[in-house]
Design a protein around this ligand. Structure first.
Ligand code: IMP
Length: 191
């Protein structure tokens, strides 16, 4: 078990989900909050590269083992886009609603609506050791947003009849890409 761990994200929506799942794995005994570090540019070409960039930067700045996550939404009818560029789909520094709006626009009238969320988590230690793991959830893109929970593309991503935004945090954590990636990471440590 890692005695003190930093969660390498400044996105409170993401941090809440990571902490919820982490606490059930036994991977860390103490998640250290209130830390700060310089913003990390996501210049990698893959989710794994970006997760490692974030994890390394936070470990370097805090001196603690750091857990980072990078996530992409892969839409089959769009050739796997927006993928690694999911946060910048509608442009730099745009809102969740703008990204969702562009996605629905591109999917208007499209029959094949299958898609998946993919998360890669990276755990980086101060001694340079690095472990990554991946989690995927398959679903489909709805015609219009539904639900008020979650964040990002959750209102337009449906799994088994409900969007992720129609699920409680606990329900999302049972099946989400992020939760699966964190549980896979814990398994890599024999947990
Ligand atoms: P990143 O991992 O912070 O680069 O996030 C990529 C993009 O996907 C951002 O626009 C997020 O809002 C969105 N995103 C990340 N995780 C989720 C999720 O669990 N549900 C819905 N959207 C997400």
């Amino acid at each position: 078990m890692i005695p003190r761990l930093a969660v390498a994200s400044k996105n409170p929506d993401k941090v809440r989900e990571i902490e919820e799942v982490l606490s059930s794995t036994g991977l860390a005994s103490d998640i250290v909050r209130g830390l700060d570090w310089p913003d990390v540019e996501e210049t990698g070409e893959t989710l794994e590269e970006n997760a490692l960039l974030k994890g390394r930067a936070v470990t370097e700045a805090t001196g603690l083992p750091a857990l980072a996550d990078d996530t992409g939404l892969e839409v089959d009818a769009l050739g796997g886009r927006p993928g690694v560029r999911s946060s910048r789909f509608a442009g730099q520094e745009v809102s969740y609603a703008e990204n969702v709006g562009l996605l629905l626009e591109k999917m208007a009238g499209v029959e094949d609506r299958t898609a998946r969320f993919r998360t890669v988590v990276a755990l980086v230690f101060p001694d340079g050791a690095e472990v990554t793991a991946e989690g995927i959830v398959e679903g489909s893109i709805t015609a219009a947003p539904r639900g008020r929970n979650g964040f990002g593309y959750d209102p337009v991503f449906e799994v088994e009849g409900r969007t992720l935004a129609e699920m409680t945090l606990d329900e999302k954590s049972r099946l989400s890409h992020r939760a699966r990636a964190i549980r896979a990471l814990a398994r890599a440590f024999g947990l």
